[in-house]
Design a protein around this ligand. Sequence first.
Ligand code: M6R
Length: 625
Amino acid sequence: MCGIVGYVGRRAPQGLLLSALRRLEYRGYDSAGIAVTDGEQVELTRAVGNLDALQAKLEASRNGAGAPDGVLWAGIGHTRWATHGRVNEANAHPHFDSAGRFHVVVNGIVENYIDLRERLRAEGAVLRSETDAEVIAHLIGAHYSGDLVAAARATLQEIVGDCAFVAMSTTDPGRLVGARRQCPLIVGLGDGEQFIASAIPAFLSHTRRVIVIESEEVALLEEQGVRITAGDGQAVEREPEQVMLDQEAIEKGGFETFMLKEIYEQPDAVAETLSGHLRADGGIELELEGDLEEAQLAACGRVIIVGCGTSYHAGLVGRYLLEEWARLPVELDIASEWRYRNPVLGAHDLVIGISQSGETADTLAALREARARGAMVVALANVAGSQMTRDAQGTLFTRAGVEIGVAATKTFTCQVVVMQLLALRLAELRGTLEPERIRELSDELRRLPHRITEMLGSPDDRRHSDLRRAVAAIAERHWQEQFFLYIGRNVGLPIALEGALKLKEISYIATDAYAAGEMKHGPIALLDQSTPVVCVATDSPVLGKLIANMQEVRARGARVIAICSQGNESVREHADELVALPAVDPLLQPLLAVVPLQLLAYEIAARRGYNVDQPRNLAKTVTVE
Ligand code: M6R
């Protein structure tokens, strides 16, 4: 959560830091702040709300003049997702020590902050916020005896918890220090100026030469360069990497919102993900980075999948696939539950952590726990270089590109594709599916990007596809409802869960999602004439049973909104509203079935007037448990 940025150089720093923060706003948007110093004075501006509020304040200060070009500046900025302390200006970053000499921005959690606050207070410090982060400014001040790097290192060593911080000081003009434990921090190397941030997009418009700071390291940024030291104070030599990320990929590109753009990027994202794992002859060869081989995965005795939110739902699709095709026993759990369950596992278990960001605290901790207990650990992640990909023995990447909208869309479909590829490849290696069947399914997989395009229509003509029109009509009828129920069976169940999560997180409508067979064990009591019930009724061996559940819904006067495969007349007969999808193999259907549900959530939230890219109380990357 929280985005941090820093700049050292001679350009007017405030506008530059603000635009860097805009690229990280998906990480938090409760409040924001910027502090800059020329080594004598500090200009600190903080505001509650999103970055527009901060921009308005910056423009109002000094009659909009801001800090000038030419002076050697150091500056830091922060966009906050509140964990400790309310959302108000005093709790917004940057925080500073009692004398106002050291300013810091922090991402992550200082777990021992209560003890540290008490101790600092006893030593005479004036604490002005309710946050855990503020102690870092005071600790740096307390440890400082002329060496900012040593003070930052000593501070990091005193902190319990995973966090990253960037600090500046009036005693060290033109310098910044950054230090991290687990939470990410990346340096961008410029010409006579340097950048540091939680994620690369923050400074991509200024430089593509980056150095990733490792856990426990401290980086010192100066006008002419960057020096890195390890936890023991030894100098670290690390060559910069050249990033290939596309700037356009992190802009809205003519779409109203990032979420809509990302929904429309799904054909390309899925094609890109497939291309990494499909050979030219149509066979599958997993692009498994790291120290594990495909054969080791195939030889495992059991698969355990962990993840949070949408990533957990992708894991649930994976369970059906791995059981059905690869005939492997699969266990699945929410990462925050699994990590504290004292799970029984060993060397024959393959633990797969699914995470778009590769930074989610609970999934990270679950994978570390799995490694400590001797299991094989694979990360399924979208962000290259993220912590999870460093911790795991092997990584399977989704190649969805940067996802900015808080609601996961294209990364979910790509996670599902990787689960499909993994299950097929393990089936091949384990001999649990006929080669001919594997060939048919991989051919169908290869055609999926085209199928999604067929459904969505071209981005230029995006309002006019049959799917968009059908979904818009449903949204128009139901956007004012208070409650939606989602049901599904088999691989339709994770899609029902995901559809319900999408709707609740961006439209704030209460939703529930259930295995359809469970409906009459409780949730059916919720149904009345006004309840829309979204039924994921794509082809499957249990479709008949789902149709029976649809009849039960209608018998209570509630309305059935069915998602089905084209040409399925039996579903049509029992639905009040219907969205038909291209017919594909039942186990490949989740990839298509989720798309109308993403759009439905989008259309409803838009009608309710909400900011779909930045839903309240949420953040894109959840680096706290
Ligand atoms: O980065 P991760 O995939 O680990 O994130 C997990 C969840 O926080 C995430 O999927 C969340 O549920 C999304 N907002 C859903 O749209």
